[in-house]
Design a protein around this ligand. Structure first.
Ligand SMILES: *Cc1c(COP(=O)(O)O)cnc(C)c1O
Length: 426
């Protein structure tokens, strides 16, 4: 029997001699582009790089308009504001997601309604959405989580039936495709993050995509102190570069503009993304086939309606009963030692999430007693989300998918090794 690395044995991967692929990825192209921006003196404010990236990202997502802004949190806040959602409104969000998906809803004074997820994709459960709808419901924010895609057929049907808006949280899905339609082009607005961990990054940043010209005009104004884009000047896939007037605000807002340095990074990163996505997809699909053969682990479902895959972190499910009842944290720690890379749980369910605590800020969120009660995350029951988080979720950074098939074989071998030696961990 082999000794587990966590018990002092030899790890499956020696990351000193054989490191995992690096993230982020950059090259000479970024260096040149950044220096070009530096020397131009045009460092912000609707500059040529920003306009170019907006156009490229609209084309990439198959939408008419793409507007970049500071991050993938503000994207959702501005989408809610552009759709006129606020006081008195309810917005349905999944129980497992980054806290921003719900936090932006309270930041526009609306009420997040947390609903459960599906156990095989960890994405929002359409049946739970229907059950949560009330006369106050205005929108749904599905999240395409990790490697999966929310069931957009069911969600769009519910939205149509109940006259609701859909904001797609695409922070994990740059380039993913559902029945030939790109993530971010299916709902009313797509919300993207370019934070450092995401698979298109400028360190920080975000984009909002839409086909609706009126919405695009509002989104553009909202990220730019409420200034109306002049006349015909809004940037879309089919429009040119315009100039912006200073003819007064048409909507109240703040400054959420990005810099030309970020836009330059995003233009270069976007050139690399299709090939990176294809490689992560091939490796992810292969690793899924390996996981299917292993005892006690199950890959997340790859929906046939996903015509193009875009992996963020690679996630799979753990079955404690098949591992002699070994608690999942011990499994993750042992696997981490074998692989030399962090092995995480999924996001904490939002009804008990250390980063989603609206009641810590009464001066901002205590609009009245009934609202205060309505935004208490603990009032929502999320049994599937809780079970996934506590007992089933195993998540690996997407850089593990950026190498070779041999890396996938190694991951499978490491899981098998932990399985074979599970008793030594008790
Ligand atoms: C990262 C992330 C966000 C927020 O994006 P930031 O750019 O970090 O603000 C929103 N939703 C999900 C699902 C994310 O993973």
């Amino acid at each position: 029997m082999e000794k587990l690395a966590i018990k002092g044995g030899k790890p499956c991967r020696d990351t000193n001699s054989n490191p995992w692929p690096k993230w982020p990825v950059w090259g000479k192209e970024e260096e040149v582009a950044l220096i070009e921006v530096l020397n131009s003196g045009v460092w912000s404010y609707n500059g040529p790089k920003e306009m170019e990236f907006n156009q490229l990202f609209a084309e990439f997502t198959g939408t008419k308009f793409s507007i970049c802004t500071v991050n993938g949190t503000i994207t959702m806040q501005l989408a809610l504001e552009a759709l006129g959602i606020g006081v008195g409104d309810e917005v349905i969000v999944p129980g497992i997601t980054w806290q921003a998906t719900a936090a932006t809803v309270i930041d526009v004074n609306a009420t997040p309604i947390l609903v459960d997820v599906l156990e095989d994709t960890w994405c929002i459960d359409p049946v739970a959405i229907e059950k949560a709808i009330t006369p106050k419901t205005k929108a749904i924010i599905p999240v395409h989580l990790y490697g999966a895609f929310a069931d957009m057929d069911a969600i769009m049907e519910i939205a149509k039936k109940h006259n609701l808006y859909v904001i797609e949280d695409c922070a994990h899905k740059h380039g993913g495709e559902w029945k030939g339609k790109k993530a971010g082009s299916i709902g009313d607005v797509g919300s993207f993050s370019f934070q450092l961990s995401k698979h298109l990054t400028a360190g920080e940043g975000g984009s909002m995509t839409t086909d609706d010209a009126d919405l695009a005009e509002k989104l553009d104004a909202l990220r730019n102190v409420g200034r109306r884009p002049e006349g015909d000047s809004l940037i879309g896939a089919d429009k040119g570069i315009g100039d912006y007037g200073d003819d007064g605000n048409f909507i109240q807002s703040g400054n959420f503009r990005i810099t030309e340095f970020q836009a330059a990074m995003l233009i270069e990163g976007l050139k690399r993304l299709p090939e990176q996505n294809a490689n992560r997809d091939a490796n992810g699909a292969y690793l899924n086939t390996l996981l299917k053969e292993l005892p006690g682990v199950t890959p997340l479902k790859r929906d046939d309606r996903e015509t193009k895959k875009a992996y963020f972190n690679f996630a799979f499910r753990y079955d404690q009963s098949k591992f002699n009842n070994l608690p999942i944290d011990k499994f993750r720690a042992a696997l981490e030692a074998e692989l030399g890379i962090i092995v995480d749980a999924c996001y904490e369910p939002l009804n008990n999430c250390s980063l989603y605590v609206p009641h810590t800020k009464p001066a901002r969120h205590k609009l009245n007693e009934s609202y205060w009660a309505a935004i208490d995350p603990k009032r929502f029951s999320l049994p599937v989300s809780e079970r996934i988080f506590e007992k089933e979720s195993v998540c690996l950074h997407h850089k593990i998918l950026m190498g070779t098939k041999a890396d996938m074989d190694l991951i499978a071998r490491a899981i098998q090794k932990v399985y074979d030696n599970a008793e030594s961990l008790f």
